[in-house]
Design a binder for this molecule. Structure first.
Ligand code: ADP
Ligand code: PAZ
Length: 331
């Protein structure tokens, strides 16, 4: 007689354990009910005024619970600091109690995936929480090498690749903020002139939270000339978000944004891209498609996507920009 296999063999195999808790949009948005709403309906409505057509349900279902999660992390970090101060007693820095340093959040992902939109939304939402009203945001583009330097190093078609940044200055900038410096400055980039703005700086003065947004913020540091491991930007993050989507969807968003910019910002006589308002739409879009395929997509596949597994939270968007799935690092 053939004996039937043990009952457990019929059961579906348990999914392999991962370092993340995976949630569907529905599971995540249900957490909203446990989120005290720091915003009035009018304030939520005003978030639309950020310049992006963002769905109101998306703010409520996805970004509001995320701001609550971050609020909990900030408070937990303050609790840890208290524990550290108790441990150190008078030994800490030789100056007794240590003041807190800004809580640093990294936002990573491809060109055109929506990093700026996510970062701006988080900035607006997080600033509404009484525990951390001062939220600053910086983009890493200020640390791109000046155009002259990119040209002389033959890197003009590698803009956005790790080697096109002054990585040492970028890491120094965040390290200084985490060291508790009262005033730290960053260079400023202009999409209008497609270059760093000479003489202009952004000053960060001990915010409660700093959001650092950029393609490569989760890249590990390159080894030094002596082959030794170095400290990288991400080593200073208290939390990080990777904004993820299918490359084909991101290409569409990139092309749509280019088309919109051609009708608006590129018309400015000082725009680096003004030439694409003087040719046919077809010709301009051919240029954008080539830039996507030969620069931004290559960078996404070679450098950006491989850093996804380093993030604390991965937001996976669908073709309509709506977040469909989330993966949150276990503790
Ligand atoms: N949640 C969203 N809903 C609708 N459109 C969005 C959303 N997020 C981003 N976009 C659009 O997608 C494009 C890319 O977003 P952006 O934030 O500029 O990307 P990145 O900073 O990653 O380059 C922009 O045209 C933006 O308006
Ligand atoms: C300025 C960027 C490199 C993005 O920089 P980030 O703020 O992510 O550091 C990117 O928007 C860009 O201009 N890429 C070059 C190719 C292009 O024109 O799309």
């Amino acid at each position: 007689m053939i004996s039937s296999p043990p009952r457990s063999a019929h059961r579906r195999a348990e999914p392999a354990p991962t370092p993340y808790v995976d949630l569907t949009r529905a599971e995540w948005s249900a957490l909203r009910d446990r989120t005290p709403l720091p915003l009035t309906a009018e304030e939520v409505e005003r978030l639309r005024g950020l310049g992006d057509v963002i769905d109101l349900d998306e703010v409520r279902d996805v970004y509001l619970p995320l701001s609550r999660l971050l609020n909990l992390y900030v408070q937990a970090t303050a609790g840890l600091r208290g524990a550290l101060n108790t441990f150190l007693g008078d030994a800490g820095d030789g100056h007794g109690e240590q003041r807190g340093t800004p809580f640093v959040i990294g936002v990573a992902g491809s060109v055109a995936v929506g990093k700026s939109t996510v970062a701006r939304l988080l900035q607006a939402l997080l600033a509404r929480w009484p525990e951390h009203p001062r939220v600053e945001r910086v983009t890493t583009d200020g640390f791109l090498l000046p155009m002259k330097e990119l040209q002389s190093r033959g890197l003009m078609s590698r803009k956005g690749f790790p080697e096109s940044y002054d990585r040492r200055a970028l890491t120094r900038f965040v390290a200084d903020i985490k060291a508790g410096k009262d005033e730290v400055t960053a260079p400023v980039y202009s999409h209008l002139i497609y270059d760093r703005v000479p003489g202009e700086v952004l000053t960060v003065r001990r915010p409660d939270i700093l959001i650092v947004e950029g393609l490569n913020v989760l890249q590990p540091a390159l080894p030094g000339k002596d082959g030794r491991t170095r400290v990288g930007l991400a080593d200073y993050f208290d939390f990080s978000v990777y904004v993820d989507a299918r490359a084909d969807d991101i290409e569409n968003w990139y092309l749509n944004r280019f088309r919109k910019l051609r009708e608006t910002a590129f018309q400015n006589p000082f725009s680096y891209f003004r030439k694409y308002t003087q040719v046919s739409e077809e010709e301009a879009m051919d240029y954008a498609r080539t830039t996507w395929r030969t620069v931004n997509k290559v960078n996404l596949l070679e450098n950006v996507a491989p850093t996804r597994g380093r993030a604390t939270l991965v937001l996976r968007k669908g073709p309509d920009h709506k977040v469909q799935r989330l993966s949150l690092r276990k503790l």
